[in-house]
Design a protein around this ligand. Sequence first.
Ligand code: 15L
Length: 277
Amino acid sequence: MTPFTEPTKLRVLITGAAGIIGMCLRNHWRGRYGLLRLADIAEQRPADAGEEVRTFDIRDIDTVEPCMQGIDCVVHLAGVPVEDSWEKVLPLNIEGCYNVFEAARRQGVRRVVFASSNHAVGYHRREKFIDNAVQPRPDSRYGVSKVFGEALGRMYADKYGLSVACLRIGTFRLPDRPVESRQLLTWISHRDMAQLARRCVEHESYHFVVAYGVSNNLRSRWDNSSVKFLGYQPEDDSEAYAAEILAQGVAENPVAAQFHGGFFCPMEFVGTTDRIS
Ligand code: 15L
């Protein structure tokens, strides 16, 4: 069995490889792994050496399972990346996520790195630093789907022995820089994203881990101290853009500004912020 610490022998699958994070990982990981299999429903550029390009639909497990054959680790990015209707979130982020974990289990894949989101804990108050042990507090249907994915990952780790990492990704952007005040807290640069995912793919051994996907931002409110063992050492800090962004004087929505999830929190909001402790 190939140790995860030997990347040149590892066979890695990225789902959602045509998305902006998928393309970032593809670019950063060129030539790194024994095989990089790239799966998406959307068209992708042709495979380079060491790559395979596959078309699949996460809503259909019969198209997902063949992508898992011979794979050591799946990086699961596919799904809707923002708040959306239940009609999209359910098949793509909930049933699709199940299809990925279940197909991985059936094919003997040993590790899944799941792209969760900060929106799984978006209604935690921003004045509090949060770590990976806080209660789920989703701020959207999208956030609920990420809580589901984390719970599913925990179950596949505990019941079926998969090694599972869930990354609560902050703000990943193209172009690669923060552009508004909340992003000074939440930004993750492309090279930091690639490093964090790589650390999760190549770590020798873990059972289940939740980490925040964030750069080394001076203003970050997310505490990754309990996952130092992963070896993630972010290189970028949004502070380099702070003066320019703050000089624009754009005030955040008053509901958004109170919570980690920012602009997702006021969407459809008819609650009472005082009651969200
Ligand atoms: C996310 O999870 C989304 O995928 C992305 O579109 C941003 O909204 C990001 O979170 C964020 O919180 O800024």
